[in-house]
Write a protein that binds this ligand. Structure first.
Ligand code: PMT
Length: 419
């Protein structure tokens, strides 16, 4: 697993309580560690009945804290100071899974084990992920405890619906690791360089219908646009993701606006950009669409070799429409385009930057097999409105996303205010 910048070197306390879902917390601890975080696990007594402390120690490479009273710390903080020492330097306290019992303790300030004492002593943001039987989760007492925690700024991760170990079906399952990670990133992103900024991002290749069955599209997977959305969320932005692909998991916290054609994307971009701070057009928008959309499936004649001729028509240029909107309203305050080029990369990108009135263009060489469409890496040059060029070596789309988001923060003048 690649390092995740927002998790890199972060001190995370992972509280694990006594639910069958405790085994899933092992994967969470492992993924957080692989992503670069320092994970200190605190287990309640009940949690240790489901998973051994050694399992967490093995995946985090760090001592696991199990008691307020023991003297053997396995190289960790002495236990008489662990309850304050652990919380003091932490960037985040995550309790996953949290049982109804531990939730009640957190809500009411009970402090009778190392986890509940640490939660009282800690001053970092807190995330809890309830996991319990559906009836217990829906019980008014549990809901009141959750409301009290939310009121205090605690992030509550909504449990998933599904089948419990008991065989019953309902809401109360611990979500899978990627969802937990998404919420953790969101909590760490608060106060980032784009805090309270509205960022609209487009992704994927539009589909232009020929008939009810067929369409014209391109090779865009949406990966670069989704990576940008995640980078903007990590920076604390409110993200609207206008997506022509529905194949990728939506980053936690992004508002998804699904679209299909260039026309539909134009409508969505104009609507959501009205009060946006930034627009980033990473989508590969079709330049042409069929002039007519057949109402019924176009049939081939049985005895005939003839094929129909497809007449094409230009689609609207979304960035040109945004240029007009921006001149009239001032929004979006910053506009970033991409240029997917197979030749004369920099010249073509610069011409698009000027014609479309952009603040920044990401010149994307699509000739190499490890860059551009439908791969996890990219090779780009960022060109600003003054013509200055900033090439990025081959890197992940996540890193390209972070580099673009850093430029957006600079354009909006928010990079200095962060945290
Ligand atoms: O989705 P992936 O598989 O991860 O691939 C990523 C990518 C290659 C699609 C992405 O990095 C990229 O380069 N996106 C822009 C693709 C593109 O359409 O480039 P263009 O040079 O044709 O268009 C220039 C700019 O105008 C783009 O910002 C585009 O979104 C915008 N545009 C294009 C056509 C149109 N009708 N309206 C537009 O606003």
């Amino acid at each position: 697993m690649e390092h995740i910048t927002i998790l890199d070197d972060k001190r995370i306390i992972l509280g694990v309580t006594g639910s069958i879902a405790a085994y899933k917390a092992v994967d969470l601890a492992s993924k957080l560690t692989q992503a670069g975080a320092r994970v200190d696990v605190i287990m309640t007594g009940a949690a240790q009945r489901f998973v051994a402390p050694l399992t967490f120690q093995a995946v985090t490479g760090r001592p696991v804290y199990t008691s307020m009273w023991g003297t053997d710390t396995g190289g960790g903080l002495p236990t008489h100071i662990a309850h304050v020492g652990l919380g003091e330097g932490a960037d985040l306290l995550v309790v996953a899974p949290v049982t109804a019992n531990s939730l009640a303790k957190l809500a009411h300030g009970l402090a009778d084990d190392l986890l509940s004492v640490t939660a009282l002593a800690a001053r970092c943001p807190v995330v809890v992920a309830p996991a319990m039987d559906g009836g217990m989760y829906e019980h008014p007492t549990t809901q009141a405890n959750l409301a009290a925690l939310r009121e205090r700024g605690v992030t509550v991760i909504e449990p998933a619906r599904g089948r419990f170990a008991s065989g019953l079906v309902g809401r109360g399952r611990l979500p899978e690791t990627p969802v937990l990670l998404g919420h953790i990133r969101r909590a760490l992103g608060r106060g980032g360089s784009l805090e309270n900024m509205k960022v609209v991002i487009t992704a994927g290749g539009t589909r232009e219908p020929i008939d009810p069955v067929r369409y014209i599209t391109n090779r865009s997977s949406g990966k670069q646009g989704y990576a940008l959305a995640q980078a903007a969320l990590d920076a604390g932005a409110c993200v609207t993701l206008i997506s022509a692909t529905q194949q990728l998991p939506v980053p936690v916290g992004a508002v998804l606006v699904p679209v299909e054609s260039a026309e539909a994307m134009l409508d969505a971009v104009l609507t959501y950009s009205r009060d946006a701070d930034a627009l980033i057009m990473a989508a590969a928008v079709a330049d042409f669409r069929p002039a007519e959309i057949a109402q019924h499936k176009i049939k081939k004649a049985d005895q005939d070799d003839e094929a129909p001729t497809l007449a094409l028509r230009r689609t609207p240029d979304i960035l040109m429409a945004i240029k007009t909107q921006r001149a009239a309203t001032g929004h979006p305050r910053a506009v970033i385009g991409f240029a997917a080029e197979s030749h004369d990369l920099l010249e073509n990108a610069q011409a698009k930057l000027r014609r479309k009135g952009l603040d920044l263009i990401v010149a994307n060489d699509i000739t190499a097999p490890d860059a551009g469409f439908n791969v996890d890496t990219n090779r780009v040059v960022l060109i600003d409105a003054g013509g200055a060029q900033h090439p990025l070596d081959l890197t992940s789309k996540a890193r390209v996303g972070e580099a673009v988001i850093a430029r957006v923060a600079a354009l909006l003048g928010t990079e200095e205010e962060a945290r």
